[in-house]
Ligand binder design. Structure first.
Ligand code: ZN
Length: 319
């Protein structure tokens, strides 16, 4: 947003004369503020309507009163207090079947990775190997980034899981310029003592390759990597996510790997090798296939994808 989009401050819009003494200006200021308050309230109501249930993305909470100076804010607040709706409060954690459970959602990549090649190319230790800190991820042919997709689906899944009472931790929330590195992504799940971790991705295979697949940790033991305890529960988690994802989205298991099962086991992913908590990756579709891309770019489809993920996790956790 550009600064010059903002409306002019109320003082400049009023007819207050600057050469009148302060006590003579008070009534004029009060009148101006009294006139301002309903205008702000109307703006607030309009903002609420525009940010209502029809909106695709979560909206930031609207300020109940927009004022251009602290003094005006305080004055407008007191004069309009009686008629101003209460400020939106952060919702108390919902009680539900997942109360007491922790889920970590790892939005794959980061939209800033493209601009930080040097940082994300640095090698990190994944136990079995050394590997790049992170990668850029792929895009659709029209430029919709995998990192944008993964963060959006993660937000939607978080909302669904929180509504069931889960504590949900994201490994990042678009709040850093790049990364985190794959070893840190694993560490966040471990340190949260997550009951389940899912890393959200979309694939970048050639056109004609379609469908989703879940990546499960292989049994590895080297350096800091030891997946013996998570191989079994991760498969259970992955199978539940795959079946719920297929039901919720109507998508089919990938036609280009996994022999049509939608399940693949890999030993080369640091995010899995370093995890001590049940964890899977989900490749929701192929961004390079036009038909899959049309789904991945649809907010309605992404909501279904998030529902499938949340339902799979809920089933795994016995909720
Ligand atoms: Zn990816």
């Amino acid at each position: 947003m550009r600064y010059d989009d903002s409306p002019p401050p109320p003082e400049s819009a009023s007819s207050i004369s600057p050469d009148r003494p302060w006590f003579a200006r008070r009534p004029a200021l009060a009148v101006a503020l009294a006139a301002l308050a309903p205008t702000c309230l109307a703006g607030w109501v309009l903002t609420q309507v525009l940010a209502g249930p029809g909106s695709d993305a979560p909206q930031p909470a609207a300020a109940p009163l927009a004022a251009s100076s602290p003094a005006a804010a305080a004055d407008a607040k007191s004069s309009a207090a009686a008629s101003t709706p209460p400020a939106p409060q952060p919702a108390a954690p919902a009680k539900g079947p997942l109360t007491g459970r922790t889920v970590v959602i790892d939005p794959g990549h980061n939209t800033g990775n493209f601009k930080h090649g040097r940082e994300i190319d640095q090698q990190v230790d994944i136990g079995t190997n050394r590997k790049e800190c992170d990668t850029t991820g792929t895009t659709t042919n029209s430029g919709y980034m995998e990192a944008e997709f993964s963060l959006d689906v993660s937000h939607r899944a978080r909302a669904l899981l929180e509504a069931k009472g889960a504590k949900v931790v994201l490994t990042h929330d678009g709040d850093r310029p790049w990364g985190p590195c794959i070893d840190e992504r694993a560490r966040i799940g471990n340190q949260a003592a997550a009951d389940a971790v899912v890393s959200v991705h979309a694939d970048g295979a050639s056109a004609g390759n379609r469908g989703f697949h879940v990546i499960l940790p292989a049994r590895v033991k080297a350096g800091a990597a030891d997946t013996a305890k998570i191989v079994g529960p991760s498969r259970d988690l992955g199978e539940r996510i795959a079946s719920n994802f297929a039901r919720a989205t109507g998508s089919s298991p990938a036609n280009y790997l996994g022999s049509g099962t939608g399940m693949v086991v890999r030993d080369d992913l640091g995010g899995l090798n370093l995890s001590t908590r049940p964890k899977v990756f989900l490749e929701c579709g192929n961004m390079r296939d036009e038909k899959d891309a049309a789904q991945l770019m649809s907010p309605e489809w992404r909501q279904k994808a998030a529902q499938g993920i949340a339902d799979g996790i809920t089933g795994f956790l016995g909720g």
